[in-house]
Design a protein. Structure first.
Length: 95
């Protein structure tokens, strides 16, 4: 593996496309291999051991931002305890 690699991509997508990307990332985490690519660049990641999960959400002046970060150290398995997380996707008022 190269010591320093970077992949950047930013685009406007519809909700269905975002769901497909998130499913691909989930499958890659499960399999232990994620390949990110555009016409100009490719980066292969191999998630292993304990992964650091950071979720941040913010609503400000009518704009909403949801950030999800997943990180890990190659060749290390660090154990960190945190408060339990709950994420609900169902409609709280199913009327």
């Amino acid at each position: 593996m190269a010591e320093n690699d970077e992949f950047n991509h930013e685009s406007l997508q519809d909700r269905s496309s975002i769901v497909q990307y998130l499913r691909a990332l989930t499958a890659g985490i499960e399999s232990g291999r994620i390949e990110l690519s555009t016409a100009a660049q490719t980066l292969v990641l191999e998630p292993e051991g304990m992964l650091d999960l950071q979720i941040r959400a913010r609503r400000k002046a009518g704009r909403i931002k949801l950030s999800v970060k997943i990180g890990w150290r190659e060749g290390e398995s660090e154990v960190v305890r945190a408060d339990p997380l709950s994420i609900r996707a169902d409609d709280p008022d199913p009327t």
